[in-house]
Design a protein around this ligand. Structure first.
Ligand code: G3P
Ligand code: CA
Length: 246
């Protein structure tokens, strides 16, 4: 089973920052999940929320700021740090572009790019932009697009079918996640951990779907999921999680 750092290493370093991805590397973990939005000038940028104030020194929508303006913010002193048990981060960094992040992740073996975009025109822009990243950063065999948004996954299926994709579902998802994923030509599913059963994992594997689950921050849950045969565990606490699976 692969251990995957959530937004880098969310409980140990500022989420979705170059600093966080470097922290993950220093732990020896080469698998990561990160989140993507679109800037005002059409750049793919790495940040979780559509709005800036939870994780940066800025305010307002990510979509209303150019990539250059986002780069001037501080994404390493996130108001949410207080939730986590790590010291104030010593460095300041802006919101990174996806290109900057992928330059940092050249030695990563598994990258889940979660596409957060919800607007239809923006979805088309993201789908048009992604294949060039696959080329430029040699992502084949080591990266996958994931999304909760079936319309976006459908756009990928239509216009960038060679890009691997995974369908994400929250715990209240009432449909058949495997059937939805197959209809969208996905090769993975990403159910929230509470949705998972050994039967669902077996059903996914019978359909050749990889199963990553999130967000797993305690040992007992990790071990139960491992026993079900889950392929990837997305965690905020990779330092501790390495020991649970050893
Ligand atoms: O990969 C799925 C997981 O990251 C979804 O949750 O809210 O952390 O993006 P969220
Ligand atoms: Ca995510």
């Amino acid at each position: 089973m692969r251990l995957i750092g959530h937004r880098g290493a969310r409980a140990e370093a500022p989420e979705n920052t170059l600093a966080g991805f470097r922290h993950l590397r220093a732990l020896g973990v080469r698998a990561v999940e990160l989140d993507i939005h679109l800037s005002a000038d059409g750049e793919l940028v790495v940040i979780h929320d559509a709005e800036l104030s939870r994780t940066t020194s800025g305010h307002g929508l990510v979509r209303a700021h150019t990539a250059a303006a986002l780069a001037t913010l501080d994404a390493c002193h996130q108001p949410t740090h207080a939730r986590y048990d790590f010291a104030p981060w010593p460095l300041h960094e802006g919101v990174p572009t996806l290109a900057q992040v992928l330059m940092e992740l050249t030695d990563f073996a598994h990258i889940e790019l979660e596409l957060k975009v919800q607007d239809e025109a923006d979805e088309r822009a993201v789908v048009a932009a992604l294949p060039a990243y696959w080329q430029q950063f040699a992502l084949a065999g080591r990266a996958r697009c994931t999304s909760f948004n079936p319309r976006l996954l459908y756009q990928l299926q239509q216009h960038a079918p060679s890009l691997p994709r995974g369908f994400l579902a929250e715990e209240d998802f009432a449909g058949d996640i495997v059937q939805v994923a197959l209809a969208l030509g996905c090769n993975a599913i990403g159910p929230q951990a509470k949705l998972l059963t050994a039967e669902l994992v077996a059903q996914a594997h019978a359909a050749d779907l990889w199963v990553s689950t999130w967000t797993v921050n305690d040992a007992a849950q990790a071990q139960a999921l491992a026993a079900m045969g889950v392929d990837g565990l997305i965690t905020d606490v990779p330092s501790a999680a390495r020991n649970w699976l050893a």
